[in-house]
Design a protein around this ligand. Sequence first.
Ligand SMILES: O=P(O)(O)OC[C@H]1O[C@H](OP(=O)(O)OP(=O)(O)O)[C@H](O)[C@@H]1O
Ligand code: HPA
Ligand SMILES: [Mg+2]
Length: 179
Amino acid sequence: MHNEIEKILISEDEIQQKCKELGEQLTKEYDGRFPLAIGVLKGAMPFMGDLLKRMETHLEMDFMDVSSYDGGMRSTGEVKIVKDLDTQVEGRDLIIVEDIIDSGLTLSYLVDLFKYRKAKSIKIVTLLDKPEGRTSHIKADTIGFEVPDEFVVGYGLDYNEKYRNLPYIGVLKPEVYGG
Ligand SMILES: O=P(O)(O)OC[C@H]1O[C@H](OP(=O)(O)OP(=O)(O)O)[C@H](O)[C@@H]1O
Ligand code: HPA
Ligand SMILES: [Mg+2]
């Protein structure tokens, strides 16, 4: 698997250090509150686990499974809800945890949905931001790393459902994409 990676953009150590830093910030910000942390499956799973271990306040976790890439490299332009939340969001402080904001379509869809459901506050925390990919007007409140306009894999991010279990963020060799 590792020999299919052309270059590592963000190492495992850098990711873990960032989770610690962001977890400490969120600990201060949500001290004495009881936020609902929402992981956007499947991509956010590794980041959600590592980040929330570093958050030393009470919190509730829930997951929403949405998909718009169908495993490929381009957004289909349509966000499908595969699994909805089990928790009511009305009146709650939400922390949406994402692996990447690229076109911004997934998050603009979720933010609209949670506003409609009357969340008290909505904070977006994303490990990666790819600003050059943006077609929807959405900005994260907290960003781990900015990435260039390349298709990245690892640490939750897939290509054809593979590579999510890499501990780092990288770019695949062109031949793996069939390019
Ligand atoms: O800003 P966008 O262009 O909407 O892209 C970002 C979203 O796309 C990926 O999810 P995907 O739909 O591939 O589902 P997955 O998390 O199950 O891989 C990624 O995990 C983000 O959720
Ligand atoms: O660069 C990416 N890699 C993997 N999945 C993605 N979903 C949106 N952008 C990306
Ligand atoms: Mg996702």
